[in-house]
Design a protein around this ligand. Structure first.
Ligand SMILES: NC(=O)c1ccc[n+]([C@@H]2O[C@H](COP(=O)([O-])OP(=O)(O)OC[C@H]3O[C@@H](n4cnc5c(N)ncnc54)[C@H](OP(=O)(O)O)[C@@H]3O)[C@@H](O)[C@H]2O)c1
Length: 303
């Protein structure tokens, strides 16, 4: 059980946006587990499963009064934006609301490669948000994670039913990271000014391709996991079937090709620098989420 918050902690309330999502959810649980005072922001509080001690508030980035109300009294804010082509940037408005409310610390979830000209549009989604945070006049920290280990939850159904898993990025490797490690770094940056002005590129300790990840899953499950390498046309058809706009599809395709061509193999030491320990391995993430790949009802994991 988490220790009762002391007086300082009661004064220091932390607003977590994206609180029902993969990273925000883990940030909420880790902060609450440390006895910190947390307010979780969501469009649908009824559906949000949060630790009892967490205050849950309804809000929507597109509803400025709800954002202003959620910011009131917060000292630090974890910013999660879900950018896409054509979707207006929401970070700038969140940052402005945070400043009006007197928030003194901002931690922004961004993405690896942000602003890298080699990635063009694919790496531009977080550029305005990062700029807003840097110019906020607060103590800020930017987190640029690589691919989340949890992305492979998209394979869970195929693995449960013995189907091959779709391979979209060939043998292109990435510094796959456990979402809990991203959240742990966010928690440190929210709680300590030591990380002010830092831009952390967060990766696991080895670069893995999708076939490498399928191999780890096979080892941990104790049975083979077949691969279905997808052609460019098959990836396009899959994305169109999911109802994505052509503009979105073009950007996603460029990102996949960049990874396939070996553009995102970066591995850094930033998790160890902040947490003082090695990042969790992909195998560890699989072991902790094995039920999602074996049991139809085991997929209800946030991370
Ligand atoms: N997946 C990866 O490999 C990867 C790698 C690097 C960076 N990233 C970055 O990670 C971020 C996504 O993080 P995630 O995966 O943790 O998110 P997620 O699981 O997709 O969850 C999205 C969150 O955003 C909230 N949200 C969406 N629209 C909202 C709105 N209009 N108003 C208020 N809240 C809204 C949702 O809350 P409610 O639905 O409860 O309102 C939910 O909590 C993106 O910025 C992405 O670029 C992802």
């Amino acid at each position: 059980m988490a220790a009762a918050p002391d007086h300082t902690r009661l004064e220091f309330m932390i607003l977590v946006t994206g609180a029902t999502g993969t990273i925000g959810g883990a940030v909420v649980r880790q902060l609450a587990g440390r006895g910190e005072r947390v307010r979780a922001f969501t469009r649908n509080p009824q559906a949000a499963r949060m630790p009892d001690e967490v205050e849950v508030v309804r809000g929507d980035y597109t509803d400025p009064p709800s954002v202003a109300a959620a910011m009131a009294g917060a000292r630090a804010v974890f910013l999660v934006n879900v950018p896409a082509p054509g979707r207006p940037d929401t970070d700038a408005a969140l940052v402005a609301a945070a400043r009006s409310a007197g928030v003194s610390r901002l931690v922004k979830l961004s993405a690896i490669g942000t602003g890298d000209p080699a990635l063009r549009d694919f790496a531009n989604w977080h550029v305005p948000g990062e700029r807003a945070v840097r110019e906020s006049g607060t103590t800020w920290t930017i987190l640029r994670p690589s691919a989340f280990a949890s992305n492979t939850l998209a394979w869970a159904e195929a693995i449960r039913t013995g189907e091959p898993v779709p391979i979209r990025t060939g043998t292109g490797r990435q510094g796959v990271i456990d979402p809990r490690d991203i959240a742990a770094v966010a928690v440190e940056a929210l709680l300590s000014a030591e990380h002010a002005g830092q831009v952390y590129t967060l990766t696991g300790s080895e670069a893995l391709s999708e076939p490498d990840q399928a191999g780890v899953l096979a080892t941990e499950l104790g049975r083979p996991v077949a691969l279905a390498p997808l052609s460019r046309e098959a990836v396009l058809a899959h994305l169109r079937a999911r109802g994505m706009s052509e503009e979105y599809i073009e950007v996603v395709m460029r990102g996949s090709e960049f990874i396939r061509d070996g553009g995102n193999t970066t591995v850094t030491d930033d998790v160890r620098r902040v947490l003082g320990r090695a990042p969790r391995t992909y195998a560890q993430w699989v072991r902790d989420h094995l039920a999602a790949f074996t049991d139809e009802n085991g997929g209800a994991f946030a991370t």
